[in-house]
Design a binder for this molecule. Sequence first.
Ligand code: PLP
Length: 371
Amino acid sequence: MVDLQSQYLRIKQEIDAGIQDVIDSAAFVKGPKVTDFQHHLEAYTGARHVIPVGNGTDALQIALMGLGLRPGDEVITPTFTFIATAEVVALLGLTPVVVDVDWETMNMDIASVRRAITPRTKAIVPVHLFGQCADMEALMALAEEHHLYVVEDACQAIGARYTFANGETKQAGTIGHIGCTSFFPSKNLGCYGDGGAIFTNDDELAAKMRAIANHGMVVRYHHDMIGVNSRLDSIQAAVLDAKLPHLDEYIAARQKAAAYYDEAFKDCPALLVPGRQAHSTHVFHQYTLRVTGTDRDKLREGLAERGIPAMIYYPVPLHQQKAYLDPRYKDGDFPAAEKLAACVLSLPMHTELDNEQLEYITSSVLALCRK
Ligand SMILES: *Cc1c(COP(=O)(O)O)cnc(C)c1O
């Protein structure tokens, strides 16, 4: 699905030098590399504050802690996504409220969000699924109307750009009150272990979340609030700082591979290519087909026999996950999400795909669909 080795070899010198610097300085935790990377990422994203943390899930948890939400407060998130958003909501004793997604873009459906708002709703957590922003202009307007916070899960969408009706553009993760991202190795900007970051333009929230990520500590050994221990380590920051200048090239390589897939599959009656979200670029963390005219699992097996990995992101929506079963929800409540879970298939997507590989993958998919 990904080829991190070839990507490393192309910038081996920069990465090795960065890691060696950290070892030489022995500043493994909270070293200058972390601050350098923070500033470079602030410049890249346009976020006023970047807070490096231990991983993307921690970023989401610290964001919700920073908002001071209380048990019983409702947080709205899409049901077709990775588990992290619902997980941190549940861990904090908040109430996850799930909504359906759009069949085309697979992103949170804004009309469903509107219907899910109650007097207890405090925040909305959109997920920019597979690399394109949710409909943020409509979502921010809805949030403002109801005085709700918006925490963007931009773990799959770093570098995606959203254009507002007035022509203004902003990066994924910098539109809501808080944005979160992950540097898990396979993410579009991945490190060599775990890592994550929080984005915000709000000075007060930034100071609070920075303290929460560091045991709730502002002055050493004085704990003003309950916190956690979540930090990006210096070696990971060195890797990320070496990769960040290449992020736009990486995105372009993914977009080029996606265009190849789109063109190859556009007339195949068994498949639907990923729908595009109006006003957002797509950075293709995943290229996800909807397999509507042939057996998805057989197609996947056929590809595996030809040495082509294909993955199902995600096979079970949140409301059907064992740990999150809830009498408020039953099968059939979220038709688009349930249909997607039954038909999605993600193809190999990374920065190192060449035309020969793409030709092999696409001709294999098409041949299996014709069978
Ligand atoms: C990867 C991911 C996360 C969690 O990131 P980690 O760094 O693995 O904790 C959260 N949400 C989404 C949508 C993700 O893809």
